[in-house]
Design a protein around this ligand. Structure first.
Ligand code: PLP
Length: 408
């Protein structure tokens, strides 16, 4: 009989969101008159910018005319989009990257999940704790995470991010081959300073590691001292891959467009004493397994860079940033310690002494009909915290703030 990839059987069920849904359903059954508001959603709620919608209409018309119809596109993305990305997202920040170092895709989730295929099966992987679960599970599927001992995977190197270290991970005692960093961070909403990120780049250069840098929330950075791209740091093109997405930047969670930057200077061991560039390997991987992001979606993504598109997209982001600021103030007013939420749409709240993150979740749900996300669901170091998101509508956020005030 055919055997399954047994690594899949080691994966943990998505306990976090299933358990939240179960608790919310039972609360609603017991309290049918109460309107539950979620501060746990990780999806955007505002519609696409008018400039993006206009570009979608125009591109749809292109597809209906033999003269402008587009069939299979380049697996790496259309030049019109790769060129704008290299120009606006990098050159404008002093980073010199060529369009053929940019690979357009249908999402950062697939890219961060797939990229590990390029590395040796026995590579040692480091992840921050708490963590965006895709990094852990995609390596578990490939057999690199080891066994789950009920709390952690025994082959992963965990980098705890806690208030005690200002949410800046310390260098690990064991040298990893691959390091996943995500800044602005999901779930903590914290960022790395230029100096801290330079420290990680230098570490990777010294130790011969590759950093997989997820900057899906880059557009939320307001502090001018915080780097938007890892390539703003000296030497990063030799050690880092960067993942970006239009999802939270421009409301593309349902449209699907992202990109991954693989600099040509980034080389790893070929296992035979030589070196091999990851750019060529990622290109090979994409050409074999991926047929490109739709033309109309790439046209829509390109529209976010026009002056009016940019202004409209930033307007939406500013709205989410205002939600984050109001939520931060409200929770601080409750006497709780609050982290993140300044350069990110996520707010990380330290729960009252003596409570667990699930205990606080229950307390908030039962007393205010608000839903947050228990930090323990993002890893052992998330215990003692809950995550709030700023993606709700302004009206719901305002109502949530009134209810939080009644809790304090
Ligand atoms: N990376 C991080 C850290 C995220 O939080 C998310 C979405 O929640 C993604 C990547 C996925 O982005 P995309 O919608 O482009 O797949």
């Amino acid at each position: 009989m055919t055997s399954v990839n047994s690594n899949f059987l080691k994966l943990q069920s998505n306990y976090l969101f299933a358990e939240i849904a179960r608790k919310v359903a039972s609360f609603k059954e017991a309290n049918p008159e109460k309107r539950v508001i979620s501060l746990g959603i990780g999806d955007v709620t505002r519609p696409l910018a008018p400039a993006v919608v206009a570009a979608l209409h125009k591109a749809a018309d292109d597809m209906g005319d033999a003269a402008t119809f587009h069939g299979y596109g380049p697996e790496q993305g259309y030049a019109f989009l790769r060129e704008i990305i290299a120009e606006h997202d990098y050159k404008a920040r002093g980073v010199d990257l060529s369009p053929d170092e940019v690979f357009v895709s249908d999402g950062a989730k697939s890219d961060v999940g797939n990229f590990q295929e390029l590395f040796a099966a026995d590579s040692i992987v480091a992840v921050t704790d708490p963590v965006y679960p895709v990094y852990v599970d995609s390596n578990a599927m490939a057999g690199r995470s080891g066994e789950f001992d009920g709390k952690q995977w025994n082959r992963l190197v965990y980098l705890p991010c806690l208030k005690e270290n200002d949410f800046v991970p310390d260098f690990p005692k064991t040298r990893p081959d691959i390091i996943y960093l995500c800044y602005p961070n999901n779930p903590t909403g914290t960022v790395l300073s230029r100096q801290a990120l330079q420290g990680w780049v230098d570490y990777a250069r010294r130790e011969g590691c590759v950093i997989l840098y997820d900057s899906a929330y880059e557009a939320y950075i307001t502090d001018i001292s915080v780097p938007h791209s890892i390539y703003e740091l000296e030497g990063a093109q030799e050690v880092a891959v960067e993942f970006r997405s239009f999802s939270k930047t421009a409301g593309f969670t349902g449209l699907r467009c992202a990109y991954t930057v693989v600099p040509k200077a980034l080389q790893v061991s070929d296992g035979k004493g030589g070196k091999v560039a990851l750019n060529g390997l990622w290109n090979r991987r994409q050409c074999t397994k991926y047929n490109g992001c739709p033309y109309i979606v790439q046209r829509a993504a390109a529209a976010t860079y026009s002056p009016e598109g940019r202004a409209q997209v930033m307007d939406v982001i500013h709205g989410y940033q205002r939600n984050a600021e109001s939520l931060r103030k409200a929770v601080t007013g409750m006497g709780l310690s609050v982290y993140g939420g300044v350069n990110a749409p996520y707010i990380w709240v330290s729960v009252p002494d003596g409570m667990t993150s699930w205990g606080f979740f229950d307390h908030v749900l039962n007393n205010t009909a608000l839903v947050c996300t228990p930090g323990a669901g993002f890893g052992a170091s998330g215990e003692g915290y809950v995550r709030l998101t700023a993606f709700g509508s302004p009206a719901d956020t305002e109502e949530a703030i009134k209810r939080l005030a009644s809790l304090s």
